[in-house]
Design a protein around this ligand. Structure first.
Ligand SMILES: [Zn+2]
Length: 332
């Protein structure tokens, strides 16, 4: 969402790489050659793919201090709208991987790919939460499973219809529409690679359904969040929020039909109603102006619908773009 002006560093060639590869990097070559192949395999399954920055010589190829995002964030030159530009188009993917052969692979989760991924991060207490959930809800069935380079595990499931929360609790995230996971054989900042677990690759085991007790545990209540939810206690004046939201949205790329246009409009709606904590009546003119830049522009009715949708379904924290020290106070 920030400026995309800076050019991405092009990937280095394998030849240049090999001349001073360390022991840990020599094993990187098969994986690097394989990320483009894997991207094609995933897209053939209908999983939408996006190129992420890779790890070369222990550093993120963005060459910026990107911290815990190293090797995990989209290559902005390739996918300006991030996960919303994920695709199954083989030509686009081939072009991406010929330009960025060291790219890591992201797989978009949610309805578009037909995937829900349960992401267990032991460093955040995910193992304890998982053990408790298995006792309460039963064991998870056989399904494709990834060992991340950072000791975590990703369980892949068939996408279930309906709304859900983004977490099962401490250390266990639920990746759904609007999210993505880093996929094998991407390289983790630790130097290890993401890998399918033994006998749990997608060509060895079919995608399972998330068992009902687990699904019930992450279901969002069907009750819509009222457009004047009681926790929207924001003391930044509306006029300020409108002005800042307009400036922010002006920097966002237009929605293009057939190229994730709905997702792009959704992202803008979330920015306005959640990021800047604006009510629908204040959000509408901003979205209508944005829509005029889109191809084709959206009807006001579609825009209003998207705003309602964002109000009800977005799990983004209210006022997250109002900045530190904003006079935002949450209800609880
Ligand atoms: Zn980076």
């Amino acid at each position: 969402m920030t400026s995309r002006g800076a050019a991405e560093a092009p990937a280095e060639t394998p030849a240049a790489d090999g001349s001073h590869a360390s022991a840990s990097e020599t094993v990187a070559h098969p994986a690097r050659a394989a990320t483009g192949t894997a991207a094609r395999d995933y897209s053939a399954r209908g999983w939408r793919v996006l190129p992420l920055h890779g790890i070369l010589r222990g550093r993120c190829t963005c060459r910026r201090p990107c911290g815990p995002s190293a090797g995990k964030h989209p290559i902005a030159d390739a996918v300006p709208r991030g996960v919303h530009d994920a695709t199954t188009d083989l030509d686009i993917l081939a072009r991406c991987w010929s330009r960025w052969p060291a790219a890591n692979i992201g797989i978009a989760t949610g309805q578009g790919s037909g995937l829900l991924v349960v992401d267990i991060d032991p460093r955040s207490g995910g193992d304890e939460t998982f053990a408790r959930l298995e006792r309460q809800l039963g064991a998870l069935p056989e399904t494709p499973r990834v060992s991340t380079g950072g000791d975590g595990v990703h369980y892949y499931f068939r996408w279930p219809a309906g709304e859900m929360r983004s977490t099962f609790g401490r250390g266990i995230d639920v990746k759904h529409t609007g999210g993505y996971v880093v996929a094998p054989p991407s390289r983790h900042a630790s130097g290890r690679v993401y890998a399918w677990c033994a006998e749990a690759a997608p060509d060895e085991v079919a995608l399972a359904e998330l068992p009902n007790p687990w699904l019930a545990a992450v279901r969002r209540p069907a009750v819509a969040v009222a457009t004047t939810a009681p926790d929207r206690v924001c003391h930044v004046p509306v006029a300020d929020r409108v002005r800042r939201a307009r400036a922010y949205v002006a920097q966002m790329p237009p929605a293009i039909a057939g190229n994730g246009g709905h997702a792009a409009l959704w992202a803008v709606a979330v920015v306005v109603v959640r990021g800047f904590s604006l009510d629908p009546q204040d959000a509408l003119p901003i979205l209508v102006d944005y829509s005029a830049r889109c191809l084709p522009p959206w009807s006001e009715r579609d825009v209003a619908h998207k705003i309602e949708d964002a109000m009800q379904r977005s799990t983004a924290p209210d006022g997250w773009l109002l900045g530190r020290g904003s006079e935002l106070s949450h209800g609880s």
